[in-house]
Design a binder for this molecule. Structure first.
Ligand code: SF4
Length: 173
């Protein structure tokens, strides 16, 4: 399994960050391997209908979609390519061991709006996220139409990073 080419596809949304994301095009379609990856990687969030899977590795989001591997938030190209090499090794290893792994076709169920809401500051209506209330923002997060860091109240809190990490984990980001 090898990388054929890579492109920067979008800057990470944090205004204070210089981090960027990469799309890697690889030399094979990962679709058939996804149930095996879903079994092997604990943080995997699998969508069998759409044939894509995402997971977190060393604090970076990885999305597998057919022949594309997206990796997020890197300060420079060297660290991104080093990480990409690790991911390719990981996927190649799972592929090599495929016959001894029981495939898992379980789809990731997103958390309820209430579960998401419990992790928000609930100081609304402050509207700093662009939504009329925390409930509406929670619904948008669940639909992947917003990012946790859009809640400026949470970002500004002393334990904000900890809470953001918990929120991202709940949402499978
Ligand atoms: S910015 Fe945060 S606290 Fe304010 S309404 Fe949005 S989600 Fe709620």
């Amino acid at each position: 399994m090898e990388i054929k080419e890579y492109k920067i596809f979008a800057p990470a949304c944090e205004a204070s960050s210089q981090e960027v994301n990469y799309n890697l095009t690889i030399d094979e379609d990962l679709t058939e391997l996804l149930p095996y990856i879903n079994r092997e990687i604990e943080s995997a969030r699998f969508n069998p209908k759409a044939s894509f899977l995402k997971f977190m590795h060393e604090g970076h989001k990885v999305v597998l979609d057919h022949s594309t591997v997206s990796i997020a938030k890197f300060a420079d190209e060297d660290s991104a390519m080093k990480f990409a090499g690790e991911i390719m090794d990981m996927l190649s290893d799972i592929k090599a061991r495929k016959d001894s792994i029981e495939p898992d076709n379980t789809a990731f169920e997103p958390p309820s709006v209430i579960e998401v809401l419990k992790l928000l500051p609930r100081k609304a209506p402050c509207n700093e996220c662009g939504y009329p209330a925390c409930m509406a923002f929670a619904a948008a997060l669940r639909q992947e139409e917003a990012e946790p860091r859009d809640c400026k109240v949470l970002v500004g809190q002393e334990d904000g990073e900890e809470k953001l990490a918990a929120l991202e984990n709940l949402l499978g980001m």
